[in-house]
Design a protein around this ligand. Structure first.
Ligand code: SF4
Ligand code: SF4
Length: 288
């Protein structure tokens, strides 16, 4: 089973629309929405939920003063300076890493588990899909990304599906790191702007760090052909394969409003041929 993760340096590049278009073209695939902080693949896939599960994550540390001997070890170990001189944990500063809990010699720190969101297994018109919803203002999205990818892999194995297409989170933070490790390939969707070039470079470095083969395509390339060329040149210098360009077209937004993938919405058009060409190149690069 191979996994393609579609990522971008920031939100709003057309990453989810492109991933959904691939779902239209692929066969024998499981879909995974790992963009758990801003999940919107379900708007295009209209999933029929078959299973619903709670996502439980570690909360914040709580020091029990009756057991605490004020040795200070937890304050020394906390990288986020979340523990006060009077050994109280600031719940806003606490990142929930659990280090103080593990090392407290008196076992004086509790770490209550709480429900931070939900994850789902659903059927869609393109095959099964694993997706999630993180509670409002909840953290731990990296853990939830790992969980949905693991569950999608299990589903692919159970159903003997040989491809997993994952809508990854944007950026280069913890959630995207959790979505890239162990993938067969990543496709970076870039926009032809100065910041798009910078974003692409950061995501490309991340993929290289995890030794995951990278590909790039430029969406709305015709809005700035010079920046498109700069992105493609930078990609080539970094051994990232350029798999194609997509012209600007409002059909991306129109199809989203209709709840359809862009390839379900358009007839024969430049959009269809450019996305189909990118998909063929991606398949070739992944040996599909
Ligand atoms: S490590 Fe444990 S015993 Fe030491 S100060 Fe922190 S909570 Fe108290
Ligand atoms: S769980 Fe981590 S972040 Fe929170 S107080 Fe303990 S060491 Fe600091």
């Amino acid at each position: 089973m191979k996994e393609l993760v579609v990522i971008s340096g920031k939100g709003g590049t057309g990453k989810t629309s492109l991933m959904a278009a691939f779902a239209t073209l692929a066969e024998n695939e499981v879909l995974c929405d790992a963009d758990v902080d801003a999940a919107d693949l379900h708007l295009l896939m209209n999933p029929e939920i078959k299973e619903r599960h709670d996502f439980q994550g570690g909360g914040t540390a709580v020091i029990q003063s009756d057991r605490c001997t004020a040795c200070g070890l937890c304050r020394d170990l906390c990288r986020w300076n979340a523990i006060s001189e009077s050994f109280k944990v600031d719940p806003i500063e606490c990142e929930g890493c659990g280090v103080c809990v593990d090392f407290c010699p008196e076992e004086a720190i509790d770490f209550p588990i709480k429900t931070c969101g939900e994850w789902f297994i659903s059927n869609t018109r393109f095959g099964p899909m694993v997706h999630a919803r993180l509670g409002i203002a909840e953290e731990n999205s990296g853990k939830l990304v790992t969980l949905v990818r693991q569950e999608a892999k299990k589903l692919a194995e159970k159903n003997k599906l040989d491809l997993m297409i994952t809508d990854g989170p944007p950026g280069v933070g913890c959630p995207v790191i959790a979505s890239v490790g162990g993938a067969s390939a990543v496709l970076i969707v870039a926009e032809p702007t100065v910041s798009g070039l910078h974003d692409m470079s950061r995501v490309a470095q991340l993929a290289a760090h995890f030794k995951v083969p990278g590909m790039v395509c430029v969406n709305k390339f015709d809005l700035n052909p010079d920046q498109t060329e700069a992105i493609e040149n930078l990609a080539k210098e970094n051994h990232i394969t350029v798999v194609g360009r997509i012209p600007f077209d409002p059909v991306f937004t129109e199809s989203m409003v209709k709840g359809q993938t862009v390839l379900e919405y358009v007839g024969n058009s430049k959009i269809r041929s450019s996305i189909s060409e990118i998909w063929l190149n991606v398949k070739y690069q992944m040996g599909l």
